[in-house]
Ligand binder design. Structure first.
Ligand SMILES: [Zn+2]
Length: 362
């Protein structure tokens, strides 16, 4: 009885604030000193904040927690957390394949970090039974940063439409799939930043995603003002098909993990290239079907497309083009928050319908 009380108290206290330095010391995690500055392994940090998904791509490190991302580079003093930029007095280091982060800088930045109750309960559940039994959807808002994508006559930028629709889609899906704690949704970007196509693919791989869903707004060189409609692409071919849970080590090598046996992931893990393309086509067709029910613009169909993110992601992948931003009438529509919300919900309905069709959800 007494011990239960203490466990409860520990969790409750944890909700208010995070003292990283104290957690590290009291839980006896190793501390490394570089020129007298204390550092901890990124794995220690992840354990303390209850996050487990992260990716290291060349010198860039991404950590995915709840609805936000932490990003920083090795030997660089800038860190982005929840869209805000922080200055690190001491940059992160990479030593023998391990990413080391400065303890006092991180302690300051994350002192206000409060893991939500929901997250703690989910964590307990995941640890007890279905840790590996996850289904991961990565939503990819196309373009960003210096790459605006297509730009409309009135100045609306594709990158902004894509991001806004993707964030709305995420919100809708999280609500719809709330009761399935093993389904997780991530975005390749949550802000107006540039991310290369390669990094988008690498993130999906590092997350062991099951579905990669890219959102774009198209533009036509011919017939610019009158081009209209929506279309969804699925891959011609896949450069690799590898569903076994894997992670990327410090050198960027892919390491296989030993425990790929949960039933859910087995279903999707045992697909060959033809199956993955077929599944992508089915998802693309559902997306088109749902958009056709909702939009008055023409249905240009589900078709094969030779896009980098479709070819190089080893999972089910589609790229949807929700409308022609180069058409002034469509551009005005895409500026409208209600139209974006309707499109996001429609894309969400399509994903849920696909999951139902495959009995991933009921
Ligand atoms: Zn685009």
């Amino acid at each position: 009885m007494k011990s239960k009380f203490f466990i409860f108290l520990f969790l409750t206290l944890n909700l208010f604030s995070l003292n990283l330095e104290e957690e590290v010391k009291s839980r006896k995690f190793p501390i490394y000193y570089i020129k007298n500055t204390p550092y901890i392994s990124i794995k220690t940090f992840l354990k303390i904040i209850n996050a487990e998904n992260w990716a290291k791509i060349e010198d860039r490190v991404f950590v995915f927690i709840d609805d936000t991302q932490i990003k920083f580079r090795i030997d660089d003093n800038n860190l982005i957390y929840g869209g805000r930029s922080f200055e690190l007095k001491n940059p992160a280091k990479e030593i023998e394949g391990d990413v080391l982060i400065p303890l006092s800088d991180f302690s300051q930045i994350f002192s206000g970090y409060t893991p939500s109750t929901k997250k703690i309960f989910e964590e307990v559940k995941l640890n007890s039974e279905n840790k590996n039994n996850k289904f991961i959807i990565v939503i990819d808002p196309g373009h960003g940063g210096h790459d605006a994508g297509a730009i409309g006559n009135y100045g609306l930028k594709e990158k902004d439409v894509n991001l806004d629709v993707a964030l709305r889609l995420e919100k809708y899906l999280k609500k719809q799939l709330e009761k399935y704690s093993n389904i997780e949704i991530y975005l390749t970007r949550r802000e107006d930043i540039f991310i290369s196509l390669e990094d988008r693919v690498n993130m999906a791989k590092a997350l062991n995603a099951n579905i990669f869903f890219s959102v774009h707004t198209n533009s036509s060189r011919l017939n610019r003002e009158n081009a209209t409609g929506f279309e969804t692409f699925y891959p011609y071919s896949k450069a690799e098909v590898n569903y076994l849970p894997k992670s990327i080590n410090g050198e960027g090598e892919i390491i296989e993990e030993n425990n790929p046996d949960p039933i859910l992931s087995q279903i999707v893990n045992n697909l060959n290239e033809t199956d993955v393309i077929d599944e992508s086509r089915i998802l693309a067709e559902i997306v088109q079907e749902k958009l056709a029910e909702r939009l008055i613009t023409p249905d240009r169909g589900a078709k094969r497309g030779n896009f980098y993110v479709l070819k190089y992601t080893p999972m089910i992948s589609v790229l949807t083009e929700i409308g022609f931003i180069c058409n002034p009438v469509i551009e005005i529509n895409l500026k409208d928050v209600e139209v974006r919300q309707a499109i996001a919900e429609t894309l969400g309905k399509a994903i849920v319908e696909y999951l139902k069709k495959r009995n991933f959800v009921d």
